[in-house]
Design a protein around this ligand. Structure first.
Ligand code: MN
Length: 203
C-alpha cells in the first residue's frame, strides 16, 4: 500500500513538556493517535493515486474536489494529521511565554490586550462541547480570530490560516488531568512556541 503521508518528526522528547503535558500522554498521543490518523488517511487515498500526490493543505482546502466516498475520511483523518502536525510544532519546552512584537501588537489591536485574547481563546477551548479544537486563525479578511472546531475539522477547510491550536479531545489530557479540562488549558500557556506561531502568522 502506498504511504504518501508519514508521521512527522517531533522536535522534542516525550517528557520535554512536563509537567504541563506528561510523557505518557505525549507518547500515546503521537505514536498511537496521530499515527492512526495517518494510517487511515493513507488507506482512504489507496485507490486515488492522483490525490496521493497532493499535500495535506491542498487536500483540506479543496474538500469539494475530494470524491464523496472518501471525503469524510479525508476530513477526519486528514484533518487529524494536519491538526496534530501543527499542534506539535507550536509547542516548545522553552516557551517565551509571550508572542513576539509584531504578533503581540496585532493581538492587542484585535483583542484589546493579551490577557483578553487569552481569556477568549481559553473560553473557546473550555466551551467546545465534546471533542474538538480551539484555534487562533488569520481569517480570509486578514484579521485574527479565535474559533473552535468539532472533531478533526480544520480551519484550513474554511479558508482560514490556523497559527495556534489546542487539542481538547479527552485523549489529549485525560491521563494527567482527568475531567479538569480547564487546568490543561491553563497549563498550555506555559509551553506555546510563540516563535513558531509568529512564523505562521507572517507566512
Ligand atoms: Mn489529539
Amino acid at each position: 500500500m502506498a504511504e504518501p503521508f508519514k508521521l512527522p518528526t517531533l522536535k522534542y522528547s516525550y517528557d520535554a513538556l512536563e509537567p504541563y503535558i506528561d510523557a505518557k500522554t505525549m507518547e500515546i498521543h503521537y505514536t498511537k493517535h496521530h499515527a492512526a490518523y495517518i494510517a487511515n488517511l493513507n488507506k482512504a487515498l489507496e485507490n486515488f493515486p492522483q490525490l496521493q500526490e497532493k499535500t495535506i493543505e491542498e487536500l483540506l482546502s479543496n474538500l469539494e474536489s475530494i470524491p464523496t466516498e472518501i471525503r469524510q475520511a479525508v476530513i477526519n483523518h486528514g484533518g487529524g494529521h494536519y491538526n496534530h502536525s501543527l499542534f506539535w510544532e507550536i509547542m516548545s519546552p522553552t516557551s517565551t511565554k509571550l508572542p513576539t512584537e509584531k504578533l503581540l501588537s496585532e493581538i492587542v489591536k484585535t483583542f484589546t490586550s493579551f490577557e483578553n485574547f487569552k481569556f477568549e481563546f481559553s473560553k473557546a477551548a473550555t466551551s467546545r462541547f465534546g471533542s474538538g479544537w480551539a484555534w487562533l486563525v488569520v481569517d480570509k479578511d486578514s484579521t485574527l480570530k479565535v474559533v473552535s472546531s468539532a472533531n478533526q475539522d480544520s480551519p484550513i477547510s474554511q479558508g482560514q490560516k490556523p497559527i495556534l491550536g489546542l487539542d481538547v479531545w479527552e485523549h489529549a489530557y485525560y491521563l494527567n488531568y482527568q475531567n479538569k479540562r480547564a487546568d490543561y488549558i491553563e497549563a498550555f500557556w506555559n509551553i506555546i512556541d510563540w516563535v513558531e506561531v509568529e512564523k505562521r502568522f507572517q507566512s
